[in-house]
Design a protein around this ligand. Sequence first.
Ligand SMILES: Nc1ncnc2c1ncn2[C@@H]1O[C@H](COP(=O)(O)OP(=O)(O)OP(=O)(O)O)[C@@H](O)[C@H]1O
Length: 332
Amino acid sequence: MFARDIGIDLGTANVLIHVKGKGIVLNQPTVVAMDRNTGKVLEVGEDAQRMVGRTPENIEATRPLKDGIIADFDATEAMLKYFIQKINVRSFLSRPRMLICCPTNITKVEQQAIKQAAEKAGGKKVFLEEEPKVAAIGAGMEIYEPYGNMIVDIGGGTTDIAVLSMGEIVTASSIKIAGNRLDQEILQYIKKEYQLLIGERTAENIKINVGTVFPATRTEVVDIRGRDRITGLPRTISVSSEEIEKALREPVQVIVQTARKVLERTPPELSADIIERGVTLTGGGALLHGVDQLLFEELKVPVMIADSPMDCVAAGTGMILENMDKRSKIVL
Ligand SMILES: Nc1ncnc2c1ncn2[C@@H]1O[C@H](COP(=O)(O)OP(=O)(O)OP(=O)(O)O)[C@@H](O)[C@H]1O
């Protein structure tokens, strides 16, 4: 019996695994909890995420990837091993082939680190593919046609922006400003304006539940709890969508300006296609309230949010795996 091929969206925030012929079988946060003294892995994924900000001294709940690349090799390897074991694709006799996605501008050394971690976690042969290309395929864009297609993939650690035509990336940019950075901006804003310390998960909840990046389109208010910086005691405050829009304005403008620069570098024929076909948003950041409106206003091209934007990369790996043996060029 042969092991099935698998596709992995090894994201800074979430890991998704697609098994050929089965679809997406795993979707877990990229978090590992380890014993600081022994280095032993205690929990992985959802169970580890529940511990973030709540661990005793001897336990550390960390994100092994930062900005789309491996920050902690051992933790990444342990996490991948755990997930691969969980989905039970290894057969007695053979190990699976793996297709893994990575940001467009990572170095050869960083690519090698991802490959090695996957091989050590049980991959027989490991292929890497560029994330925006795979996201575009997963979003159903016809990237193999001779037309310009533009994708903006806003993940947890990186925003990858690319124009593709005939199956190749024509212009692209990858920046380390995405969901996690927006959470940090919220955390800093609350600290500065209210002298209140909050955790990353609270900041993320604020972003999702009341945040917006397009002025005057959301009017929610939420009560949040944290620790007063001065007294050290717990305190509750109310935060509004309007405040969060202001707090996120600067980093979101960097994403907008990066998209603009990619468009400026795009050959005119392809630009004309993009005016007609629009820009597709993928990744969890595509769900950021108002991001489609903002990009439409700033770039003057139609903007669509992909169906299930957080699943596009994993779905794209599945489509590539289906065709893998028919195509020759997929190794970076
Ligand atoms: N409804 C929402 N509104 C705003 N942001 C959201 C929403 N849902 C998820 N996110 C954000 O999406 C991000 C995670 O997206 P995704 O899973 O696509 O990233 P990733 O693939 O792990 O990261 P990367 O591609 O950078 O390695 C997180 O920052 C999360 O807060």
